[in-house]
Write a protein that binds this ligand. Structure first.
Ligand SMILES: Cc1ncc(COP(=O)(O)O)c(C=O)c1O
Length: 407
């Protein structure tokens, strides 16, 4: 049996929607992208959503909009994909890495200790689809002593008057926090629709603007829209409609817009996300949990609690009492048996770029421990029960045969 890791979910409805875009005479940003924005906003109960061409673009756009620049600090977890920190580097600012907890989420005590007068933004990550501690993070940045440290230098920073919480929700479309879908719990929340994500547009992202207590989100949307398209005051669609062709460039903006042909994939997928995709992913998580619960060497991830429910993006199994090299050897054997697994993620201080900047893995012991024992298992709607059982059986066979004495 050959089991891929994460093929995209594509069915006839999705193909039909893409073909509709191809036949419509309009394939870049237009009606389907705008409809997708409205549908995501309705699904997540968030006042306004801007679709972009990746989560990376969305995170960077928000940092730029907030005026993050050289000399500023942005707090990020050490355990995440590089995009979370790379966008901070792009802005010329310094990523301040903090360790995570055993549940893979950013450690709140360490966040508090890392806040200085240079901190402009905190980017927590809803890793593997499990929401971060939104309320605690929002309470922290609203605390009088933390606000007193904040040094506002732009109009946006003066209006918010505190550190912005910009959630990296690349994994967490459809996750639930205190009874509500992730989308409105931080100042801004950025989804990814990359090919391996639960809800994909091949490449894509969306920014949920939830800080409507502080800003006119329609106005922020307009500003971000212009910034996401070269600083151009009219997009391609509106240039062809009534009111004239003439446009202006008001800043050297970016090229971050989502095309309709990709939004079409998202539009059709979102229609079956709650009814079909999430429930099947949940069943697979539960089957893994049941299957691995009889093995003392298997550490099953936390993916729900009283306040949080994952959207079941990645199933990060950890093996107790093994080294990084042993984990790698297990992966090789499991892959040779036909099961494609993965590791999410190498903590940032392990990677050359960040290592060369001076970040040290030994400063993030929990990230190291989580990473060195982690194996991500396949999860996708078309994975059958038989395949899930094969994954469990293969993992157990390899671990018990090779490491019986240790684990
Ligand atoms: C935690 C995290 N943040 C950000 C991103 C970037 O997403 P995108 O590929 O849409 O830019 C990813 C992508 O995998 C991710 O895993």
């Amino acid at each position: 049996m050959k089991i891929p890791f994460s093929p995209p979910y594509i069915d006839k409805d999705i193909i039909d929607e893409v073909v509709d875009s191809l036949n419509s005479g309009w394939i870049t940003t237009g009606p389907k992208t705008k409809q997708f924005e409205r549908d995501i906003a309705a699904y997540c109960e968030v006042p306004k959503v801007l679709a972009v061409n990746s989560a990376t673009a969305g995170l960077e756009l928000m940092l730029r909009w907030y005026g993050v620049k050289e000399g500023d600090e942005v707090i990020v977890p050490a355990y995440t994909y590089s995009a979370t920190a790379n966008v901070v580097i792009h802005c010329g600012a310094t990523p301040v890495m903090v360790d995570v907890r055993e549940d893979f989420l950013i450690d709140l005590e360490k966040v508090e200790k890392a806040i200085t007068s240079k901190t402009k933004v905190i980017i927590p990550v809803d890793i593997f689809g499990y929401p971060c501690d939104f309320d605690e993070l929002m309470a922290l940045v609203n605390r009088a002593d933390i606000k007193a440290k904040f040094n506002a230098t732009t109009d946006e920073q003066k209006t918010l008057g505190r550190v912005m919480i910009l959630d990296d929700a690349a994994h967490s479309v459809g996750a639930v926090y205190k009874g509500k879908k992730v989308g409105s719990q931080a100042d801004a929340i950025v989804f990814s629709f990359h090919a391996v994500k639960n809800l994909t547009t091949a490449e894509g992202g969306a920014i949920c603007l939830a800080f409507d207590k502080y800003f006119d989100v329609e106005d922020v949307y307009r500003q971000l829209n212009i910034k996401s398209l070269h600083g151009q005051t009219k997009d391609a669609m509106s240039k062809t409609q009534g009111g004239g062709w003439r446009y202006d460039i008001v800043e050297a903006g970016y090229k971050f817009n989502m095309p309709d042909i990709l939004a079409a994939i998202g539009l059709a997928t979102l229609k079956k996300y709650e009814s079909h995709i999430i429930p099947r992913r949940k069943e697979i998580f539960e089957r893994y949990c049941e299957g691995f619960s009889k093995y003392s060497w298997a550490q099953i991830p936390e993916y729900f609690s009283a306040d949080k429910t994952s959207c079941y993006h990645v199933f990060p199994l950890r093996i107790n009492n093994i080294s990084e090299a042993e984990r790698d050897a297990i992966i090789d054997k499991v892959m040779a048996a036909g099961v494609t697994v993965n590791v999410h993620f190498q903590p940032l201080p392990l990677l050359s770029f960040y290592k060369n900047l001076g970040y040290k893995m030994e400063d993030y012991p929990v990230s190291w421990d989580n990473y060195s024992r982690e194996i991500s298992l396949p999860v996708y709607p078309t994975l059958t029960d038989e395949q899930v059982d094969f994954v469990i059986h293969t993992m157990a066979e390899v671990v018990e045969k090779e490491y019986a004495a240790k684990v």
